[in-house]
Design a protein around this ligand. Structure first.
Ligand SMILES: [Zn+2]
Length: 112
């Protein structure tokens, strides 16, 4: 078991299938190298999408037990490494993820 690197090709394929195959903005098909798994606790995962065509970024959460996912455009100027640092500060509980999901849902109507 290697817990340090969740960015295996198989996981990325899974998230591409489960979350998004195409860029919201330009419709370009995501490549496995366009996504980064910020955090994967086995219960929830945070995935960073970066379109290789239009450079738009999305942050997605996926909750394994219920197979629910949420995506929102990422407008902050955070690099993947910074996100990773932020996400690893504490383990996110399912309750917190649900809270985030609710917040994301509320904010999903904000246009870029
Ligand atoms: Zn795009």
């Amino acid at each position: 078991m290697n817990k340090k690197d969740n960015n295996t090709f198989g996981d990325k394929e899974f998230f591409l299938d489960a979350l998004s195959k195409f860029c919201d903005k330009c419709g370009t098909e995501y490549r496995p190298e366009d996504i980064n798994i910020v955090q994967n606790t086995g219960v929830s995962a945070i995935i960073h999408f970066s379109c290789h065509n239009c450079k738009s970024q999305n942050l997605a959460t996926y909750i394994f037990p219920i197979g629910m996912s949420s995506r929102s455009p990422l407008n902050v100027d955070l690099s993947f490494e910074e996100l990773k640092k932020f996400a690893s500060q504490n383990k996110v509980s399912l309750d917190e993820i649900l809270e985030v999901y609710t917040q994301l849902k509320k904010k999903s109507k904000i246009s870029v």
